[in-house]
Design a protein around this ligand. Sequence first.
Ligand code: FEO
Length: 166
Amino acid sequence: MLSKKIASALNEQIEMEGYASNYYLAAASWCDSKSLQGCASFLLRHADEERMHMMKLFSYINDAGGHAVVPAFKQPPEKFKSLLELFEDIFKHELKVTDAINNLVELCLKEKDYATNHFLQWYVEEQHEEEKLFRTILDKIKLLEGEGPRGIYWIDRELASMKPAS
Ligand code: FEO
């Protein structure tokens, strides 16, 4: 049975994963508006991944005797200065998600909630993969930065076939 404290912390994580899904959706829309269809399709796939992360939490909370709450989401940005800025923002957001997951794990250990700690290990691994994925994308963008539009074209092609972290 989930304690109120753990249920509330997991509900906060629902908000974070749902916001991430909306953020990826907004980023996909911006890319589409710039005819960067490869980036847009990658980001759309990732928006679905984040929704799945949110839904896993949603089910877990209710299965463990808590009450999953559907939160209000703040609006994600509509515009980005560049593809580099967009992926830098995403990377920063993923680092925040990693911190939040680590804090949740810490709380579970403190409260001796080993079942939820076990459940959260999937997210620990997932964040490791996501950080690696977005660090790689950022490295590639920086590598091709001096190439101007041709560099953007190659990044767009690369992301078209790139898979989300899981
Ligand atoms: Fe579900 Fe990208 O954090």
